[in-house]
Write a protein that binds this ligand. Structure first.
Ligand code: ZN
Length: 158
């Protein structure tokens, strides 16, 4: 952990406390004496995801992030949107406090959030996740979106 002020690589911890996603540490640089705070996150939740075919696998933040990033590709969303979304979902999963979570629950959490952010990203994610088998079910999803539109698909004119 390098000092943000002078770059010195050694510091002492003056305070340490647990926060929702990891540990917050107050540090003091042993080089220049300046104080700074670090947040050390727990990389992966100790959580088991139960897939549709009952197979189990450890929760993988990177995999979830990759899927969301892909759905959000080239959409006019602020930098860090996908990361924030994953953080949000991790916190919620953490709050649920269950050792095993069905993958469908995680998928619904993602879609619920994408729906309010960007409809195209939502449809992209849903089409992979729900594996629309025909154009009819895809159209139905789009129609539902338009009917209950929280975000306009196209800018309103006048
Ligand atoms: Zn320093």
């Amino acid at each position: 952990m390098r000092c943000p002020n002078c770059g010195f690589s050694d510091s002492k911890v003056t305070d340490s406390r647990s926060v929702e996603q990891g540990v917050r540490r107050r540090r003091q640089c042993l080089g220049c004496g300046s104080r700074f705070t670090t947040y050390e996150r727990v990389e992966n939740l100790n959580l088991v995801i139960v897939k549709k075919d009952e197979r189990r696998e450890g929760f993988n933040r990177g995999k979830l992030l990759a899927g969301i990033r892909k759905a959000c590709e080239k959409r006019p969303l602020p930098v860090g949107t996908a990361e924030k979304l994953v953080d949000d979902i991790e916190s919620e999963l953490h709050r649920l406090g269950q050792a095993e979570i069905p993958s469908s629950v995680v998928g619904e959490m993602v879609m619920e959030r994408l729906k309010t952010l960007d409809h195209i990203a939502y449809i992209r994610f849903a089409s992979v996740y729900r594996a629309f088998t025909d154009i009819g079910s895809l159209k139905q999803e789009v129609d539902t979106l338009i009917a209950g539109s929280q975000l306009p698909l196209l800018p309103n004119k006048g």
